[in-house]
Design a protein around this ligand. Structure first.
Ligand SMILES: [Zn+2]
Length: 300
């Protein structure tokens, strides 16, 4: 548990969550962002906010600039996206291996005149990643960490796949992907961590995180734990771009809710207390996986 979230522990769970986390969530899901569809004015505004926050935190870009454009084709038409990529150096010799922590910032934009704000999907993951970035800046990780704000997840994981098609260094040096996508809403107070069935050596670390987590951290939605093929989340978010290249992943997310991909996925429907505990749980997992990376992802 980092200093960043210590107030939650000291003052109990009724205390309002850290304000920057909530501010970022509110701003990124505001109407001004127009639903953050790729290659739109709203997307550019969201990106500018993310970059400004990274600069304020003091985290360097991965490349010369934070913005990393890519081109793809979606349903026969060109798609121009822009990832935002930053990095923190590791503090140990083990930092020759990197952890990529990602969250997609795009959403589906304006449909039928209605702004789809995407507060849970996935302003929640982006604001969380910014909070975790600030924590890692204050208390640096052992391994190199790449912070990836992906574009064009919604049409088909194009940002993450563009990154893996042209990685910044040999892919063998990317040890693990941690993906945050829809982490803020659960009537049952449950957050899922997916990856430990596909990549069993991760599971003991995740079990230890679950034992101490301020939410109910559950496992499922993959392999034999999935009820059926549609219930398997392995290939349903950006982690698939890593998994399909043989790189282990942990995906954090909640179950679908009635506002999923609706104009009603708005800031005011986010239970901020659960959200803060969800972010604290993910941060604890990041710390544990960084500390025990050689155990969770053995060197080849
Ligand atoms: Zn999403």
């Amino acid at each position: 548990m980092s200093l960043f979230f210590a107030p939650l522990l000291l003052f109990g769970l009724q205390t309002p969550p850290p304000s920057l986390l909530v501010d970022d969530l509110r701003i990124l899901s505001s109407d001004r962002m127009e639903g953050r569809a790729p290659a739109t004015r709203g997307s550019a505004r969201a990106r500018a906010h993310i970059v400004a926050r990274l600069k304020a935190i003091g985290i360097e870009p991965l490349y010369a600039r934070y913005e990393r454009p890519f081109r793809a084709r979606h349903r026969g038409r060109p798609l121009n996206g822009i990832n935002v990529l930053a990095q923190l150096p590791g503090t140990t010799a083990a930092s020759d291996r990197a952890i990529v922590i990602g969250a997609h910032y795009d959403h589906v934009g304006i449909i039928g005149g209605a702004i789809h704000n995407g507060a849970d999907d996935n302003a929640s993951g982006v604001a969380a990643l910014l909070a975790i970035a600030a924590s890692l800046r204050a208390d640096p990780p052992r391994h190199r960490v790449i912070l990836a704000f992906w574009d064009a997840e919604e049409p088909g994981f194009y940002g993450a796949r563009a990154f893996m098609a042209n990685p910044p260094f040999a892919p063998e040096r990317i040890a693990l992907n941690i993906n945050l996508d829809m982490i803020s809403r659960s009537d049952r107070g449950e957050l899922f961590a997916v990856g430990g069935v596909n990549w069993p050596r991760l599971q003991p670390v995740l079990d230890d995180v679950a034992a101490e987590a301020p939410v109910t951290l559950r496992f499922g939605h993959e392999g034999h734990l999935a009820k059926d093929e549609d219930d398997d989340w392995t290939a349903l978010s950006d982690q698939v771009a890593f998994h399909e290249k043989g790189i282990p992943f942990v995906y954090f997310g909640v179950e679908d809710h009635p506002d999923y991909h609706q104009p009603t996925d708005t800031f005011d429907r986010i239970p901020l207390d659960f959200y803060a505990r969800s972010v604290a749980t993910i941060e604890a997992a990041v710390r544990a996986l960084d500390a025990r990376l050689d155990e969770a992802v053995p060197r080849p």
